[in-house]
Unconditional design. Structure first.
Length: 161
């Protein structure tokens, strides 16, 4: 079974969705055999990846960073999407952090990087905005020799949130 993990920005410019979706689909369709998709189901890249992976026939493993993870969703629709995708997961990994801290997010990203065969990164190439951000997880994976596929539409900037 191929295990594909994701890290990526919460804020994706609307004009980048088609490009990012196509890039994710190309990677997932290029794999032979069964797949497991690892995601924390954060809004943005994580939820988009989970949708596409499930559509491509992958089993979904959700990595939950903390006990209060759901309280960090900014919009009711994002939380509802998280809950819907979580309900479709085959497996759930609950990390032992009581609160959603940068350390909890970093640990979840590291878990995903450690437990996948390839990491997809929806990343603009800029530094992380806090510990556990996309750039940190890309660096973590690369430092461990993990293959990383970066998907981003050149010339676009992510929103400031």
């Amino acid at each position: 079974m191929k295990r594909i993990g994701v890290t990526g920005h919460r804020g994706i410019p609307p004009e980048a969705y088609a490009h990012i979706s196509a890039g994710m689909r190309a990677v997932l369709r290029g794999l032979d055999g069964s797949m497991e998709a690892l995601s924390s189901l954060a809004a943005g890249a994580d939820q988009l990846f989970a949708d596409i992976a499930l559509d491509c026939g992958a089993e979904l493993t959700v990595v939950i960073p903390s006990d209060d993870y759901e309280s960090g969703f900014r919009a009711p629709a994002e939380l509802a999407r998280y809950q819907q995708l979580r309900g479709r997961a085959t497996r759930e990994i609950q990390l032992a952090f009581p609160y959603s801290t940068d350390e909890a997010y970093y640990a979840a990203g590291a878990y995903i990087a450690d437990n996948c065969d390839r990491l997809l990164a929806v990343w603009d190439g800029l530094p992380a905005r806090g510990l556990g951000g996309t750039a940190d997880i890309v660096r973590y994976a690369r430092d461990r020799g993990k293959p990383v596929t970066v998907i981003w539409r050149e010339g676009l900037e992510r929103p400031p949130y």
